[in-house]
Design a protein around this ligand. Structure first.
Ligand code: BEZ
Ligand code: FE
Length: 289
């Protein structure tokens, strides 16, 4: 194989995949090569531009550590995460929609009891959440494992703060026998995705804003059901129609209601400061046979 030119290079690389015995790997790599080459042809990529592209990807990798995942952020900001989620979780008439995972989930969050305050002392206006987890027939899903994570009143996740001694705004909880869940936290606010890395530079160059509408993340796992990874967004948020990572679904907008000081809270208390409540019902999709 020699004298390869711009017209024969794609076929030459594809021929190089002929011996691959993993059919899925072969399919994915063939499509990747075809589309990458088509992209370079379409924009007539210059050498200087590809060098800049490689510098960008290198910087993206170098920005990653155990707390920061710049490649997830890049995938999110380019809509690739939403495309992948959407095509693997078709909208069903009954089940709660899935949305992007994001880079701020941390495995092993403390398991807290029903009614617990998961804020860990994070700043923010008090929020009382009551939720139910059901199957498509309305049956309660008892003892479902629910991971919750969210940003504080400054729009920061605990992992974005250096030196915090304890998790803030994250926990795992279990639904009760009736599939109910309740916890206290703080009101989520809109926040910018991290802009101090290559993805931030990209958004700036493209004149795109980095904001996400206020939301709380949920991951719900239960035997016999598909794991649901989703958010509940705050109604009325200014960024619901321009989420920097394209994650908003109308069905995931929750009614975060404001209550004046002295009102009766869902846990029976009468807080002496204003607070908010959210009621939301999740419906899980049965596991695939
Ligand atoms: C998040 O909601 O935590 C998130 C999602 C995508 C990119 C950045 C943050
Ligand atoms: Fe988030």
């Amino acid at each position: 194989m020699r004298n390869i030119n711009e017209h024969t290079i794609t076929q030459a690389v594809l021929q190089g995949l002929a011996g691959c015995e993993d059919t899925r790997l072969k399919q994915v790599m063939s499509a990747l090569v075809r589309h990458l080459h088509a992209f370079a042809r379409e924009v007539k990529l210059t050498e200087a531009e590809w060098e800049a592209g490689i510098r960008f990807l290198t910087a993206t990798g170098q920005k990653c550590d155990d707390k920061r995942q710049e490649f997830i952020l890049l995938s999110d900001a380019l809509g690739l995460s939403t495309l992948t989620v959407a095509q693997n979780h078709p909208v069903s008439a009954q089940a709660t929609e899935a949305t992007v995972f994001g880079p701020f989930y941390v495995a092993g969050a403390p398991q807290l009891p029903q009614g617990a305050d998961i804020s860990g002392g994070a700043a923010g206006e008090p929020l009382h959440v009551r939720a139910t987890v059901r199957g498509p027939g309305g049956e309660p899903v008892a003892h479902a494992l629910v991971n919750v994570w969210q940003a504080d009143a400054d729009g920061l996740y605990d992992v974005q703060r250096a030196g915090l001694g304890q998790p803030q705004g994250r926990a795992t909880l279990r639904t009760d026998e009736e599939g109910r869940l309740s916890f206290r936290s703080v009101l989520p606010v809109p926040y910018p995705i991290p802009t101090d890395g290559p993805v931030g530079m990209m958004l700036k160059a493209l004149k795109r804003h980095p904001w996400r509408p206020a939301h709380v993340h949920f991951m719900i796992e239960a035997p016999g059901y598909q794991t649901l990874i989703t958010h509940v967004f705050r109604n009325g948020d200014a960024y619901l129609d321009s989420d920097a990572v394209f994650g908003v679904r109308s069905s995931l907008i929750g009614d975060f209601r404001s209550h004046p000081a002295g009102s009766r809270a869902p846990d029976g208390s009468t807080p002496d400061q204003p607070f908010h409540t959210l009621d939301f019902d999740f419906v899980l999709e049965p596991a695939q046979a």
